[in-house]
Write a protein of this length. Structure first.
Length: 520
C-alpha cells in the first residue's frame, strides 16, 4: 500500500469514527432530553396531584367543621375557639384556622395558629369579607406554600366564613423525592440505550459510511470520475448509486435549491406578518369578550339592585315630596329635605346607569338639530360653578342643519363626555364641542385641555368598572355605556389624548340626512 492509499485509508477511518461519534452523541442527547422531560413532567403531574388532594382534603375538612358549627343555634365564642384548636391538633398539615362572623358594626374574627409552643388564639373585631360560596386560593410565601380554603356558614342568625390554611410542605417533599427517582431511572435507561446504539451504529452504519466518505474525498480532490463502491445491495448501495448519479446534476440542484429557499423565506415573512395581524385581532377579541362577560355579570347585578332598591327609593321620594309641601317648615328642615331629595335622585341615577349598561339599545331615529342638542347637554351637565371656571366653545358645521339620528342616545353620549371633560379640568380650561361631516360620517366630539390620559389607562377606559376618578366620583360605566350606544348607532368612539395637553373624544356614526318630507 502506497502513501496515498494509506492516507486515504486513515482519512476514511477518521471520518467514519467522527460521524459515528456524532450520531451517538445526537442520539444520546435526544434520549437525555426526552427522559429528562418525561421525568420533569411526571414529577410535576405528581406534585399537582398531591396539591389537589391536599386542597380537596382541606376543603372537605372546612365544610365538615362548618356544618358542625352551623348546627349550634347560638354562637359560643369559647366553644368555637376550642373546636378550631382541636381541629389543628388533629389534622396534620393544617397551620391555622380563622372564623369571621358578621355582626352589626364590627365583625368578630377568631384566629387560631399552630405554632411551636402549641395553639395561639387571637380574637379581634374588624371588617371581614365573608364569601357566599366556597373559595380556594394558593398562597406562596417565604416560609412555604399554602392552600387557603374558605367556606360560608351561618352561626346562629349571622353569616360567617371559616378559613383553613393547609401547608404544601408534604407535596414539595414528595415532588422532590419523585424527581430524584425519575431522574435516576431516566439516566440509567439513557446509558443502556446509548451503549447499545454505539454498537449497532458501528456495525450497520459506520463501515458503509466510511467507504462512501472515501469516494467523496476522491471527488473533492478533483477525480470527478470516481465512483462510490457498491456492497451487499442494502440501503447504502442505493445511496451510493444515487451519489454517483447526482454528481453530474449537483450544480443545477444547488441553483434550484437557492431559488426555493428565497421563495420559502418570502412566504415565511408573509405568513409571519399575517400571524402578527391575527394575534392582534385575537388580543382585541379576548379583550372584547372579557368586557362582554363583565357586562353580563353587570346585568344580573343591575336587576338585583333595581328590584331591591327601586321600590324603597320611590317610597322615600314620595314621602320627601309630601314633606317638602308642608307649610311652615323651618329652613334647616327644608335644607335637610333638599339634601335627601338630591341623594335619592343620585341613587336613582346610579341604578339607571347600571340598567342602561345592560339593556338592549334600539335607536329611534328622527330629525335632530345638533346645536340644540349641544345646548341641552350643557344645561343638564354643567353647574354654575363649572360654567364659571370653563371657557366653552361650540363649532357646528353649517351643512348639519338636518340630520337624522336618535337624539336621546346621542345626548346621553355628549352629556357623559362633557361631564368627563369638566372633571378633567378642575382648575379651569377650555371645553370645545364640535360637529362635522367628513367622509360621509357624522362626527360629534368633545375636546378638553385637561391633563390627558396616560397610555396605560387609555387601553382600559372602555372596560366596565375602570375609572381614574376618586372613590365616589365615578362608577367606571359611563364610557362603557357610550361605546354600547355607539355600536347601537352603527358607529364608534375615537379617542385622542396626550398627557399634559388634554383629550378629544369623537362619536363617529353614519350620516343620514332628512328627506324632503322630514324637515320640521
Amino acid at each position: 500500500m502506497g502513501p496515498v492509499a494509506a492516507g486515504r485509508a486513515m482519512a476514511r477511518a477518521g471520518r467514519s469514527v467522527s460521524l459515528r461519534a456524532k450520531l451517538i452523541a445526537l442520539f444520546g442527547a435526544i434520549l437525555l432530553v426526552t427522559d429528562g422531560t418525561s421525568a420533569v413532567v411526571g414529577a410535576r403531574f405528581a406534585e399537582r396531584a398531591v396539591e389537589n388532594e391536599i386542597r380537596e382534603r382541606a376543603l372537605e375538612t372546612d365544610r365538615t367543621v362548618a356544618r358542625d358549627l352551623s348546627h349550634d343555634s347560638t354562637f359560643d365564642r369559647r366553644a368555637a375557639t376550642e373546636r378550631l384548636a382541636a381541629l389543628l391538633r388533629s389534622h396534620r398539615g393544617l397551620t391555622s384556622a380563622a372564623l369571621a362572623v358578621e355582626r352589626p358594626g364590627s365583625d368578630l374574627i377568631i384566629e387560631v395558629t399552630l405554632g411551636p409552643n402549641g395553639s395561639q388564639v387571637e380574637t379581634r373585631e374588624g371588617s371581614a369579607d365573608v364569601p357566599r360560596k366556597a373559595v380556594t386560593r394558593l398562597d406562596e410565601r417565604p416560609d412555604g406554600r399554602f392552600w387557603i380554603v374558605t367556606v360560608p356558614l351561618r352561626v346562629g342568625r349571622s353569616h360567617a366564613g371559616l378559613t383553613l390554611e393547609a401547608s404544601l410542605d408534604e407535596a414539595d417533599r414528595l415532588a422532590a423525592k419523585e424527581s430524584q427517582v425519575f431522574a435516576g431511572v431516566a439516566a440509567a435507561g439513557a446509558l443502556v440505550l446509548i451503549l447499545a446504539t454505539q454498537f449497532l451504529i458501528g456495525r450497520l452504519i459506520g463501515r458503509p459510511i466510511g467507504r462512501l466518505a472515501c469516494a467523496m474525498a476522491e471527488v473533492e480532490s478533483g477525480r470527478l470520475d470516481a465512483e462510490a463502491p457498491l456492497g451487499s445491495g442494502n440501503e447504502f448501495d442505493r445511496l451510493a448509486r444515487g451519489f454517483n448519479t447526482m454528481l453530474s446534476r449537483i450544480r443545477g440542484f444547488n441553483q434550484e435549491l437557492t431559488t426555493r429557499i428565497e421563495q420559502a423565506t418570502a412566504d415565511l415573512a408573509r405568513k409571519n406578518r399575517d400571524l402578527v395581524l391575527l394575534n392582534d385581532q385575537l388580543v382585541a377579541a379576548r379583550r372584547d369578550l372579557g368586557a362582554k362577560e363583565r357586562l353580563a355579570a353587570l346585568g344580573q347585578l343591575a336587576g338585583t339592585i333595581a328590584h331591591e332598591l327601586g321600590n324603597p327609593l320611590n317610597s322615600i321620594f314620595g314621602h320627601v315630596q309630601l314633606l317638602e309641601r308642608q307649610p311652615g317648615l323651618p329652613p334647616d328642615v327644608k335644607s335637610d329635605l333638599a339634601m335627601v331629595h338630591s341623594e335619592v335622585d343620585r341613587m336613582t341615577a346610579v341604578i339607571r346607569r347600571f340598567l342602561d349598561s345592560t339593556r338592549g339599545l334600539r335607536p329611534a331615529p328622527e330629525p335632530v338639530d345638533v346645536g340644540t342638542l349641544f345646548s341641552e347637554a350643557l344645561d343638564v351637565t354643567l353647574s354654575a360653578e363649572a360654567r364659571a371656571r370653563l371657557r366653552i366653545t361650540r363649532d357646528v358645521a353649517p351643512d348639519l342643519a338636518g340630520v337624522v339620528t336618535d337624539p336621546s342616545l346621542v345626548r346621553h353620549v355628549v352629556t357623559n363626555l362633557i361631564s368627563n371633560a369638566a372633571d378633567a379640568m378642575p382648575a379651569g380650561g377650555t371645553l370645545a364641542l364640535f360637529a362635522a361631516a367628513p367622509d360621509g360620517d357624522l362626527c360629534i366630539g368633545v375636546r378638553d385641555t385637561g391633563g390627558g390620559i396616560p397610555e396605560g389607562d387609555r387601553r382600559h377606559i372602555f372596560e366596565p368598572f375602570f375609572t381614574t376618578k376618586p372613590r365616589g366620583k365615578g362608577t367606571g360605566l359611563g364610557l362603557v355605556i357610550c361605546r354600547e350606544i355607539a355600536r347601537a348607532l352603527k358607529g364608534r368612539i375615537d379617542v385622542e389624548s396626550e398627557v399634559g395637553s388634554g383629550s378629544t373624544f369623537t362619536l363617529r356614526i353614519p350620516l343620514v340626512r332628512c328627506g324632503p318630507g322630514d324637515a320640521g
